[in-house]
Every structure is written in C-alpha cells, then in structure tokens.
Design a protein around this ligand. Structure first.
Ligand SMILES: Nc1nc2c(c(=O)[nH]1)N[C@H]1C(S)=C(S)[C@@H](COP(=O)(O)OP(=O)(O)OC[C@H]3O[C@@H](n4cnc5c(=O)[nH]c(N)nc54)[C@H](O)[C@@H]3O)O[C@H]1N2
Ligand SMILES: Nc1nc2c(c(=O)[nH]1)N[C@H]1C(S)=C(S)[C@@H](COP(=O)(O)OP(=O)(O)OC[C@H]3O[C@@H](n4cnc5c(=O)[nH]c(N)nc54)[C@H](O)[C@@H]3O)O[C@H]1N2
Ligand SMILES: [Mo]
Length: 760
C-alpha cells in the first residue's frame, strides 16, 4: 500500500475489521489453504487462538470479531513453504537483507536444517542426525549451566513441561522467557502484594463491575475480543476509564461486527467515558495523586461524621502497610504529581471522584504499566488503590493483567522459570528420581550478558525471536553470534535464526492449528488464558509438511541425545500427552483430575487464592507497598526526563512478526518509520508533520549516547506532551540492556529518554 497518513475516523471493529477478515480469508483461499480453519478457532473441537491470551471459556467462534486472531491463524496456516531447495539458493547474508515481513512471508519451515558456514546456507539434515549432533555437543560441556533455554509464550503446557524437565535433568535453571520482557513485574509485584501474580477476576466479575480502569493497554489491536466485554458493560451503564498517553481508537468506540443493527446503522458504542492522556511513565504519579484525593476526602468525611470512603474493616483485617502508604501519598506534592503525570489536579480529582463513587472497580493493565524502570512499583500502586476500598477478592472487583502470548501464563505455571521453588524441584525428584539443580538461573538480560561474555555457550529457543525482541541489538546480536551451539525450534524463519554461530540448527515444528499425530493417535494440548482457565486445543489442519515434529517430540529427541542415562521415559510421554498431564498433575496438585477436567468445553479454572481473600504472602495479608524514595520527586529520575519515547505495536504486527505496513486505527498506512508527537510538543521541538527526524537515546545524566534511530517521519498525533512513540522492534537498539526494573529485570521498553534532531 502507498504511504499515507490519514486520521482514522471510524470506530474499532465494524466494517473495517470485517473487511480485513474477509481479505484474510480470500488470501487463504487463493493460497489453497483451508479457510474454514478460522471457523474452528476457539471451538471445543478446534484449536485455541494463537493470537492473544484473552479467554473464551464458552468457546464460541470468535474469528468474525477478531481480525487479529484471524491474522495470527492465517499467518500460521499459510500454504507457502520455505523448502530446503529454496534455502540452498539463498545465502544467509542475502536472507539477512530481507525485512522481518519478507523473511516470515517466505513461508513455513518444512525440514530440519543446519547452517553450513562454507556455503553460507542452511542445508537439510535428518532429524536423528540433528539430535545426535546436538546431543553430542551438549554432552561435551563440563558445566550444564552453560546452556540457556529460551521460551516464547505460544508453547503448550505439555511442551513447556517437557522442556523444563529436560533442562533440569540436564542440570540448569537457565530459563530466560518472553515473560521476562512482558509481565515479569506482574509476577513479582502482584506476587508480593496479594500472593499470586495472576488475574483475580473472571468474566462473571465484568457483569457486576461499576468501574473498569484500562491502563497502559491497547485492546483494539492486542486483545480485540475484550471490546465486546467493554461494549456490554458500557451498554449497561458501567463506566470505562482509559489511561493512555495516546488516543487509541479501540478504547474510544466500537462496533460489534456480530450485531446487525450496529453494523447497518453504523452506530458504534462509546467505550471510555473518560480518557486521561497521562505522560509516558507518569502512571505512578497519577495513581499517587488518585490515592491522595481518596484519602483526603475520606478523612474529611469522617471528621464531619459522614460515611467512610475507605473500607476500614478490610484494611484492618486483611492488609498490612496502610499507614506507610498514607504518609507517603499525603507527603507527595501536587507539583510533583502534576509535572510527572502531565495531568492537572482537576483531572485527577475528577478521576478520583469516579473511583470513590464506584462500589466495585476492576483495573486492567498491559505493557504501558509493566515495561518501565519501576514496572513492579507501578503495579503495586495500582493494587494499593484497589485495596483502599476493598476492591480485591469480592465479586465485581479486582485486578486483571492482560497477558500477551496465548500460553505465556501456562508456561510459567508448569515450570518455565529461572527461579523454581524447592517444593516443585522436590516433586520432580520424587517423580523421576534425578536431583534437579537448585541454584537459580538466568532471566533474559542475564542470559544475554552470559552469552556475550562467553560464560554461556549454548542456546535453545523454543519459538520466538529472542535477539529481535530484546533491547540493545548491537550487543544481543553479537551474543548470539558468540555461541558454540544455537538451536531454534520454530515455525517460520526470523532474524534470530540468521545470527548464526559455530553450530546452528533450525528445527521446524507443527503449529497449533495442525493435527498432532503420535503413536497412540491424535493429541490435544492445553493452554492457560489471562483469567486462569485451562482449556484443550486440538489442531485440525493437515501439517504443512510430513517432516515436521511436534514441540514435545523435538524436546524429547534432544533430551534423549543429550542425557544418555536419562530417567525420564520420553517416548512414552510423547506417544500419549495425557501421560505428560498426569506428570504435571503430580508436580502441581492444582491440576487435580487434569485429564478429566479438560474434557469440559470451558476446561477448568485455576483459582487465584487472592480472589477469595486468601493471601499467600509472607505477611499472610494483602500488602500495601509505598514507592521507593523520591521515585517521582528525584529530578534525575527517568520519569523527569524532558522527552520520553515509548515503543508500540502496530495493528499489523504480532510482536516481531510484521504482517503488513498499516496501523489502521492510528491512521498510518504503508510505512512503519514514524514518530508520533503532539502538535504542541512538535512546535516546542521545532519540527512539523512529515519532517524527517533522528532520535538519540540519552543516558541517565541526559547526555547523548551512541544509540540512535534515524530518519523517522513526524506524525502529529493526539499524544501527551513530553511523550513520543514509535514501533518496536525497530526501536529496540535505543534501549540499553542494563536499563531495567531492578525488582523484576524487565527492560525499560516504554520509558526511553531521548532527544530529537532534524535529518540533514
Ligand atoms: N495483534 C496483536 N496482538 C497481540 C500482540 C501483538 O503484537 N499483536 N502481542 C501480544 C503480547 S506478547 C502482548 S504482551 C500484548 C501487548 O498488548 P499491550 O499491553 O496493549 O501492548 P503495547 O502495544 O506494547 O502497548 C500498550 C499501550 O500502552 C500505551 N503506553 C505506552 N507507554 C505508556 C505509559 O507510560 N503509560 C501508560 N498508561 N500507557 C502507555 C501505548 O500507548 C499502548 O496503547 O498483546 C498480545 N496480543
Ligand atoms: N521495544 C519493545 N520490545 C519488546 C516489547 C515492546 O513492547 N517494546 N514487547 C516484549 C514482549 S511483551 C514480548 S512477549 C516479546 C516477544 O518476543 P518473542 O516471543 O521472542 O517473539 P515473537 O515475535 O512473538 O516470536 C515470533 C516467532 O515465533 C515462532 N513461532 C510462532 N509460532 C510458533 C509455534 O507455535 N511454535 C514455535 N516453536 N515457534 C513459533 C516463529 O518462528 C516466529 O518468527 O518482545 C518484547 N520486546
Ligand atoms: Mo508479551
């Protein structure tokens, strides 16, 4: 499509989304694919949508409301094949010149491959030879912790469980995971605050909630199906408040494509009644401001003999730490709050009024909250706000972290973590009879450092595009190239696979849409969604190539070759995945009657103790946490930078997978090299629409660094002042590897201090 910038005037969803789905179906038919696959998505006898982790326990067909779910399926179910014959004619150097879109658009990988340095090409290799060679290299290391095992969140519970089993029998807890770049602050922050780093709410709660605060999240693109939930609550008079530096159409209005009246009358439902354009990184100041108003009004009311605003019984019986937070909040000046949040005192008072009025509140949040230097604290302040009014562990109230990858949550639940609990390791030992390592391993940043320094020599990537998703491409790319062994288990080729090392293997696997046939017959796998429902998923398409293995089979193949005296009966587990589920149930008792319970269409629910006010925290209560000293007051903090860049996903992308060059709802077409900036801020910077600019990342002392991104087109957009935005992963080199949240280790993808210069 031609490059153009044109404000999008329509609602989210509606004919635009339907047209996009129709185009995807037509494209699939042209390729000779089975477009009907889309109709089976999220049905009980079909597969779980590989798009996002928003649940669908009724398992109704949803493709027709979710354009982006359809895109995710179509991208996997393409009939285009990247065969060894094609690859023998394309050198890795040539492949490296292709864009992310062009690379994946070559089609599905069809045969196991090994990099041949002499010809600079990927060459076919037989599965058993590949396993043998990989196994021999892994056996040659004296120290098993020289191996890094990365996981991206599409992997099923079954494959993830085998993957962690392999690493632990081999001898390492190095499990860098995409959740380290995503919801790690949720695991750490919610874990410490309320006991469990997962959602405390389910669909039922949305039926009685009065106020939903959607903060740091772009549902129209990243979880489109949530819009029908938001639409329903708006229609019954509940309030939706959006907190986002950018105006996002998916938070403003929506036409439900399954509603003929809305479609034919072009009558969208208004979603957010209030929209607060917080500055990038300003959320913590905003939430402290909200708490200040709530507490002050409460104290004034009580002094006058009026009813309390805070839930005093709840605070007394169920929580600890309120006094310290009260003091912290009341001592935070309005100057600091308004400067850092970019919102006026009046706006914050209005917002606090909505919160005070609502009997039941749910907060939903995404990457705009987590990917910050203080991501963990951001989340804990949101929890504080909820705790003030007892909005935790009762119907219609609670917190909902919106997960990204469709099984990123489940992977964690079944053992993908660099910090395993002793209880879990003991269970592994009891079940299998080997002694797993107890020393904690590497998360993503530590794994790159170890690969860069040569301390770690081998990397296995279970899906994903590790090097591209990480910050500091200069360093991360080099870290990959330093390796002795790299094994990529993937469906399509991407940039990480081209950063070849001494021994590089590319092993193609079945996708979730495809039939997984093993010795005992067709297999189902299971997935855990954002609301903690575990459901079965069953591929329905004929695999794109007869030479693909399942992820479970690949893990077993590597494990058997790398651990000759293995205690695990890999072949039996791979022959029948219900045996893997039995083992998961043994290690994790919450999965009681696992195989029985996944027969129900809606699967089963893993209850979060916090949702029934059982606090599995150190204090045995829900914890109020105050912010660290000076977090918003410190003039040197990242939060006080003059100009801050945040990185976003476009509507045509799935993380590092770029489907196309349009970002329809933001009015950007045919390009990705854009910088969103407000009219006022552009003026201040001396730039205007369509200018071409370079971005220079600043260090903590506001001095320019070597990190830059050149030649972006200026797009005037409704975005908070002192805030600018561009797309990831192109912008990732601007993020220093060491710039992370100290509590959770998440890279600071959304709070990059920068300067702008006009290109010459
Ligand atoms: N179609 C599609 N679906 C996806 C994905 C995809 O790439 N494409 N990715 C999946 C994955 S892995 C994930 S983690 C989720 C991600 O889903 P989201 O959490 O929605 O992720 P982002 O697009 O990174 O950005 C979220 C929003 O945060 C806002 N934001 C940026 N900085 C700030 C800030 O400082 N404060 C506040 N309050 N807001 C801010 C941005 O304007 C944007 O609207 O989506 C999942 N679903
Ligand atoms: N600047 C910036 N950086 C970010 C973010 C951001 O907001 N800003 N977001 C971060 C977040 S939230 C995340 S989750 C990470 C994402 O990081 P990753 O999860 O590593 O990246 P993806 O782009 O999702 O991975 C895409 C690749 O997965 C493989 N794949 C797809 N389906 C399957 C499958 O079924 N099995 C296997 N084995 N492979 C498959 C394909 O080869 C495809 O090329 O990026 C992070 N990076
Ligand atoms: Mo994510």
């Amino acid at each position: 499509m031609k490059e153009k910038i044109e404000k999008y005037k329509g609602p989210a969803g509606g004919w635009g989304a339907l047209k996009a789905v129709a185009e995807i179906l037509a494209e699939q038919e042209r390729e000779g694919a089975d477009a009907k696959a889309l109709f089976k998505m999220n049905k009980h006898d079909g597969f779980d949508c590989p798009g996002c982790a928003w649940p669908n326990p009724e398992r109704t067909p949803i493709f027709d409301v979710c354009e982006n779910g359809a895109k995710a399926v179509a991208w996997e179910a393409t009939r285009k094949k990247l065969t060894p014959e094609m690859l023998s004619k394309m050198s890795v150097t040539e492949l490296s010149k292709l864009s992310a879109h062009e690379l994946e658009d070559l089609g599905r990988l069809t045969y196991p491959l090994k990099y041949d340095a002499a010809s600079d090409t990927y060459q076919p290799i037989e599965w058993d030879v590949a396993f043998k060679e990989i196994g021999a290299i892994l056996q040659s290391y004296d120290d098993p912790t020289t191996l890094e095992l990365y996981t991206s969140g599409r992997t099923s519970n079954e494959a993830a469980f085998l993957y962690q089993l392999f690493g632990r029998e081999y001898g390492t807890n190095n499990y860098p995971d995409c959740s380290n770049m995503c919801h790690e602050p949720t695991s750490v922050g919610l874990g410490a605050s309320i006991g469990v780093g997962k959602s405390t709410v389910t669909f039922d709660d949305f039926e009685t909630v009065d106020l939903v605060i959607d903060i740091g999240h772009n549902p129209g693109t990243n979880h489109p199906r949530i819009l029908s939930t938001y639409r329903a609550l708006s229609k019954r008079g509940a309030t939706l408040v959006a907190v986002n530096p950018l105006k996002e159409r998916g938070l403003e209005r929506f036409i439900y494509p399954q509603n003929p009246v809305e479609m034919l009358t072009d009558h969208p439902t208004k979603l957010a009644s209030h929209y607060y354009n917080v500055r990038v990184g300003g959320d913590v100041a905003l939430v402290k401001g909200l708490m200040r108003v709530v507490i002050e009004r409460h104290e004034a009311a009580v002094a006058k003999g009026e009813p309390a605003i805070l839930d005093l019984d709840f605070i007394k019986d169920e929580t600890v730490g309120y006094e310290a937070v009260r003091e912290d909040v009341l001592n935070t000046s309005w100057d600091d709050i308004t400067r850092v949040s970019g919102l006026t005192k009046e706006a914050i008072e209005e917002f606090a009024g909505l919160y005070i009025k609502a009997e039941r509140t749910i907060i939903c949040y995404g990457m705009g909250i987590t990917q910050h230097e203080h991501g963990t604290q951001n989340i804990q302040q949101l929890v504080n706000l909820l705790l003030l009014k007892g909005n935790m562990g009762r119907p219609g109230a609670g917190i909902l972290p919106l997960r990204g990858h469709s099984n990123v949550q489940g992977d964690r639940t079944v053992g993908i973590t660099e910090k395993p609990s002793q209880a879990m390791l003991d269970k592994l030992e009891a079940r299998y009879g080997f002694t797993p390592p107890t020393k904690w391993g590497h998360a993503v940043v530590a794994s790159v450092e170890a690969m860069y320094s040569g301390q770690s020599k081998a990397f296995i990537g279970m899906g994903g595009n590790f090097a591209e998703a990480m910050p500091d491409h200069d360093k991360t790319y080099q870290a990959m190239k330093n390796l002795d062994l790299a094994v990529h288990i993937a469906t399509k080729m991407n940039r990480s696979h081209l950063l070849t090392s001494k021994n590089t293997y590319l092993l193609p696997v079945l996708g979730r849409t495809e039939i997984d046939m093993q010795a005992t017959g067709r297999q189902v796998v299971t997935i855990e969604d954002s609301m903690n429902f575990v459901t079965a998923s069953c591929g329905i398409l004929k695999p794109i190539s007869p030479d693909l293995l399942s992820e479970c089979a690949v893990v077993a193949g590597i494990a058997k070759a790398a651990i000759p005296d293995t205690k695990v009966k890999w072949d039996e587990l791979v022959a029948d995945y219900s045996k893997i589920r039995d083992d998961i149930e043994f290690v994790y008792p919450d999965f009681k009657d696992y195989n029985e319970r996944i027969k129900a269409p809606a699967g089963f629910h893993l209850q979060n103790p916090a949702s029934i006010r059982k606090w599995v925290t150190k204090s045995g209560k829900a914890n109020f946490f105050k912010t660290s000293d000076g977090i918003i007051e410190d003039p040197d903090s990242l939060l006080n930078a003059e100009l801050t860049l945040t990185t976003l996903r476009s509507h045509d992308q799935y993380n590092t997978t770029i489907y196309g060059l349009n970002d329809r709802y933001r009015g950007v077409f045919g390009q990705r090299d854009v910088l969103f900036i407000s009219e006022a801020e552009a003026k201040k910077q001396g730039i205007k629409a369509d200018d071409r600019v370079n971005i220079i990342a600043l260090d903590r002392n506001r001095k320019p660094t070597e990190r830059r991104l050149d030649n972006l087109r200026v797009v005037i957009y409704d975005i908070a002042d002192r805030s600018v935005a561009t797309y990831f992963p192109e912008a990732n080199n601007l993020v220093a590897l060491e710039n992370m949240d100290q509590q959770s280790g998440i890279p600071v993808y959304k709070n990059i201090p920068i300067a702008i210069e006009l290109t010459q």
